[in-house]
Design a protein around this ligand. Sequence first.
Ligand code: EPU
Length: 300
Amino acid sequence: MPDEWLALYPGVREHEPLPPHSWYGIGGRARYFLELADDAPLPELVGRLNRDQVPYLVIGAASNTLFAGHELPGLTIKLSTSGISVDREAVSVSAGTLMPKLAAEMSRAGRAGLEFAAGVPGTVGGSVFGNAGAFGGEVKDRLLRAEVVDPEGTRQVMTAAECAFAYRDSVFKRSRDRWVITSATFATTSEPPVAVRARLLEVQKHRRATQPIEQRSLGSTFKNPPGDSAGRLIDACGLKGLRIGGAQVSPKHANFIVNLGGASADDVLALMAEMRDRVQERFGIELEPEIRVIGRAPRA
Ligand code: EPU
């Protein structure tokens, strides 16, 4: 087997249960699993995985990812690197840093422009991958460059233009899923900490008021169709509160599926299919998943 060497790789665990590594608390197992708090081994590791044609998946907080398969093949790499460094306008952040932590640090440092990150419950790497955004800000507005490891195992710096961002989309999500984002550099401006903090608190308040943040979810389940809102459409179909197994359309925000406890990936996928079908029947609009479903097609 081309992946047998992984069993001997330092830190690798076998048949790792994924629920503890998933924001949703849902998932099967990973055949091989490695958590990295330092990305130094990545270039060599990624180069070898590609040469040996071993599948791999990089995750951060898995707050936008549904693990739907029984056992993920190959290696699952959890990047839990952390570190923020400020060089005048530019702020460089390791991929594993949580966006709300970045927002909080920036407000303390009097750096403005990343307040929206307080409303993004994921890591910096995941946020660059999906061009995450909230409350009027998104990664593409602020990113200067991303540091990545390419499939050959070479470190590269990509400009924001090269990341080809679009609404909840990037070149990584579209066609470079074997590239690994290791850090990102954002542009900020200088402002009194108290002013930055006030906007950050506004983001948190608005989020608390409109989203079920006290429950486990993957955020917005579907992308907003052009000119409309998936939440409004699902709500208009009367689906708030609908439950399949342990998964429920949030009574607070119809585009969120919450895990009431013990939800399975099947429950979530069945609820997604129902939401899509009902919106299609009623409005003739096909909703596109915003969450990343790993191990199975979202319609299965
Ligand atoms: N709405 C309803 N019923 C609902 C939910 C929403 O009628 O159950 C209506 C609202 O009244 C509002 C409109 O739909 O008029 C839009 O709703 P909201 O302001 O809550 O924003 P959203 O479009 O549903 C987007 C992002 C969120 C982000 C918020 C705040 C997408 C798919 N979602 O949600 O991002 O936090 O704006 O900026 O673009 C995420 O991507 O995971 C995410 C949570």
